[in-house]
Design a protein around this ligand. Structure first.
Ligand code: NAD
Length: 490
């Protein structure tokens, strides 16, 4: 139940609406995942706060839309510089709030948040529209693009500031104003960013942040009639609710959802590089990245050697206090999530699977202060049937399943036999095979002989239940603008 905030002992967040912090009386507890203790109070906003934020965003829209793209770009650059100047504070806060290691926050989350603003500040300057001549009719037809209005942005807890800025930056660069709702479990860095908006020159009302739960603040945003577009990153289950709630208003939706991502490893893979990368792709950020590998298919002739070396490499992957820069993994987001992830391992074991390392096999040595934290060691399962829930459902934690395969046709069929289609990895030195297999895999993103190499210009998103639409340089610009086709007879 929401409680009155204790201002003496906890960090207390406030909504940011119309360029001002707005104090609020009802709060949600936010936990430090590495200790299991409440350390922060997040506003439990609802309809009224969303109403105020939408009104502020609506009022700010015409003036902001009229700014030149290069003037807007200057503001985004300034905001990027300010976040970068406070990088260490942001990294410390993200690590504490989410449970991820300080190293990951320092090298991935916050630098990428900075880069999101820089990238969209420059990319928005280079878009052109289309033109078609019909000289025989004395007509010329061209398109124009305009910002849509107030964009509703909803983001998850795994990469908090990284994914929020991935939405805010293209939305405002294109001239929209926004009402954003970060995850109630990881709201701190969004609130810290609000403190920099005025100095960056963001006019009041252009960026509004309303904190709260999904069914509270999130639903109010999705079902607000004056928010014509929603960009959502989160689970497939929530996306289904958002789709239903926004349907009466015919809203434009961008949905970036879950995955059950395969890695397909052929006998001719560069094994050393493949193992190092597959450890990272399976366990980075505690396995709490939508792009993490969770099903590893290994060609049968390579399977025994792969498994032995993979498990040995995982034993070097350290899980412990997030503030210790020697650790590779920190804590999972919440006690409920930890129990859910452990539940999948229990289920697999009850179905006859073997656990090669991690849960139930290895003990974590944790400092006293972190005994109540939500830690789990990287876990490898074998002997899991393709039809098992562990091979079909998104676990979103440090668990991966390894299984042998015989032949291309079989592995393509099995890799595609899930409802998700976000990402896949193919390991082989045979160029023809790489092109053949990558083409057949049902995934919006396929890497070969690497993982998580990103060019923000390129489309990002999933097939099947992993999403609707794409994000990235041109795709985000198209999502956050309305196109109009104009024909002039001369
Ligand atoms: P979630 O769906 O529970 O929550 C995501 C956001 O939606 C949160 O801000 C939450 O408060 C809000 N929300 C929840 N119910 C809502 C409702 N009824 N109306 C409006 N908003 C609502 O997801 P999560 O647990 O925070 O994040 C993990 C999920 O996100 C995983 O499935 C993961 O794969 C996915 N994810 C996908 C991508 C991608 O780019 N495809 C990236 C990161 C995470």
């Amino acid at each position: 139940m929401p409680k009155t905030a204790d201002h003496r002992t906890h960090l207390v967040l406030e909504n940011y609406i119309g360029g001002k912090f707005v104090p609020f009386s009802r709060h949600i507890d936010s936990y430090d995942p590495s200790t299991g203790e409440v350390y922060c109070k997040v506003p439990d906003s609802g309809k009224d706060e969303v109403e105020l934020a939408v009104a502020a965003a609506k009022e700010a829209f015409p003036a902001w839309a009229a700014w030149s793209p290069s003037d807007r770009a200057q503001v985004l650059h300034k905001l990027a510089d300010l976040i970068e100047a406070h990088l260490e504070e942001f990294a410390q806060a993200e690590s504490r709030d989410q449970g991820k290691t300080i190293t990951f926050a320092r090298t991935v989350d916050i630098p990428r948040s900075v880069y999101n603003f820089r990238f969209f500040a420059t990319s928005v300057l280079h878009h052109t529209t289309e033109c078609s001549q019909q000289d025989h009719l004395s007509c010329i037809t061209y398109t124009i693009r305009s910002p849509v209005g107030v964009a509703g942005l909803i983001s998850p807890w795994n990469l908090p500031l990284y994914l929020l800025t991935w939405k805010i930056a293209p939305a405002i660069a294109a001239g929209n104003t926004v009402v954003a709702k970060p995850s109630e479990m990881t709201s701190v860095t969004a609130w810290m960013m609000c403190k920099l908006l005025e100095e960056a020159g963001v006019p009041p009302g252009v960026v509004n942040i309303v904190f709260g739960t999904g069914p509270g603040a999130g639903d109010a945003l999705v079902s607000h009639p004056e928010v014509p577009l929603i960009s959502f990153t989160g689970s497939t289950a929530t996306a289904q609710i958002i789709t239903e709630r926004s349907a009466p208003f015919c809203k434009r939706l961008s949905l970036e959802l879950g995955g059950k991502n395969p890695a397909v490893i052929f006998h001719d893979a560069d094994l050393e590089e493949c193992i190092q990368t597959t450890v990272r792709s399976s366990f980075s950020n505690q396995g709490e990245i939508c792009l993490c590998t969770s099903r590893i298919f290994v060609e049968r002739s390579l399977y025994p050697e792969f498994l032995k070396r993979f498990v040995a490499a995982i034993r070097l992957w350290k899980t412990g206090a997030p503030c210790d820069s020697g650790n590779n993994n920190g804590a999972l987001i919440s006690r409920e999530h930890l129990e859910k992830v452990r539940g999948y391992v229990k289920l697999a074991v009850s179905e006859g699977a073997q656990v090669h390392c991690g849960e139930g096999v290895d003990t974590l040595e944790l400092p006293d202060r972190h005994r109540g934290g939500y830690f789990m060691a990287p876990t490898v399962l074998t002997g899991v049937e393709d039809a098992s829930r562990c091979m079909q459902e998104e676990i979103f934690g440090p668990v991966t399943c390894v299984t042998p395969f015989d032949g291309e046709e079989e592995v393509i069929r099995r890799a595609n036999s899930v409802r998700y289609g976000l990402a896949a990895v193919v390991w082989s030195r045979d160029v023809s095979r790489v092109h053949r297999v990558t083409r057949c895999l049902q995934a919006g993103l396929v890497w070969s002989n690497c993982w998580l190499v990103r060019d923000l210009n390129m489309p990002f998103g999933g097939m099947k239940c992993s999403g609707v639409g794409r994000e990235g340089g041109r795709d985000s610009y198209h999502f956050f603008t309305e196109v109009k086709t104009i024909t002039v007879k001369h």
